[in-house]
Design a protein. Sequence first.
Length: 455
Amino acid sequence: MAQAPLQPARGTHDLIGAEFRRHHLVIETARRVATLYGFEEWATPIFEDTRVFARGLGDTSDVVSKEMYSFEDRGGESVTLRPENTAGVCRALVSNGLTQSNLPRKVFYAGPMFRYERPQKGRYRQFHQIGIEVLGAAEPLADAEVIACGWHIQQELGIEDGTVLEINTLGDAASRDAYRAALIAYFTAHRDALSEDSRARLEKNPLRIVDSKDPQDRALVVAAPTIHDHLTPEAAEFYAAVKRHLEAFGVPFRENPRIVRGLDYYSHTAFEFVTDRLGAQGTVMGGGRYNGLVEEMGGPPTPSVGWAAGVERLALLVEAGDLTPPAPRPVAVIPVGEKAEAVAINLLQSLREHGVVAEIAYKGNMKRRMERANKINAGAAVILGEDELAEGMAVVKNLDAGSQERVALPDLLRALAETGAVESAAQAMLNSILEEELGEDGFDDLDAPEDEGRT
Ligand code: ATP
Ligand code: MG
């Protein structure tokens, strides 16, 4: 009985071809830019003790209350596939005894996250995030720099035209207490008009209602009081300083008093980069300041700020902007006859050592191997026929133009570069080799076979 082909689990997806290249571009760009800002990369475990994410009874966020992949392992421990990485990074700071030394710590991470959600475009059950955290900095300059780094990454990706930075403050504890009371009064007066979810949040965490995506709540939320009437002077000054610094960094923003963020641990700065290009999945990067999280992991008070961004959503913006990186175009090395194979292998390795993508078909006559070269979108082919090799020559074929040229082995690299068909990195590498290393000598580490036919 034939087995029906297996599919990926609901809400998961494979990254193949152009999709993988976009994904890789997003992560590599973020890694490079974060390094420029002084961030070091950490990798924390993909599953953690459930208590790392579900802390006490206070957490009313959707992520913790509805979306976690938690299970008992065979030893009876409750573990959870991480839904986000801020908690894991804070846990790691404490577990590794890093809470007192070298603060602030600036951490970058990238990796898979897991949330039990209804899958749709830009929303998956296994998705990926990049993120940064500045741990142990209470100053508003840290908030602004963290945001500037996120902005810089989007600029380097070429997608910053498609997103808008929206910022808000959640104030300090005193501001929030006053705001909370105002929200409870307001929403209680309109209790019947609230969605069921929001009614449940009313006493536990009315701030959450402001974040509600339920259309039923929208009108009420738009008219709800904002935190700005309840900020303490200190909280107002902190917010003003963040905005001043953002201007100094040259990061454009718009204030949106309705940004409160999906997780419960934020205070002061909250922000999102939003886009109208991804339908309902409008937030690509979100973050803010969290001053209590490290303490909740058993560490000392450690004021911190950071963001996380969805790699899939950034990659969709890269795709929409026609910015998908091309696949590298290899040079196909084609030996004709058995004796030429050793030379072909030698040439392959020389090309690879020089940073040129090079491939050899494992079998087949010249025609088959040319077909294979076309299949892998080779830009050029080097044909090593025994007769030519005997004369220290090879044929370089430009597969785009269809032209070909007989060249002496030492001139191979130069001839390949001149085809112009060896793209991007390989081409740049070739050019620099030609200029800096080869000089007049050409490709001189490549010998023709020791063949008695050679005179
Ligand atoms: P949303 O409102 O879209 O559910 P969120 O507020 O739950 O987002 P965060 O917890 O702030 O998201 O995570 C930061 C980023 O991670 C989001 O802005 C988004 O780009 C991405 N993200 C979150 N959940 C998913 C998911 N299920 N699939 C793909 N990306 C996601
Ligand atoms: Mg969510």
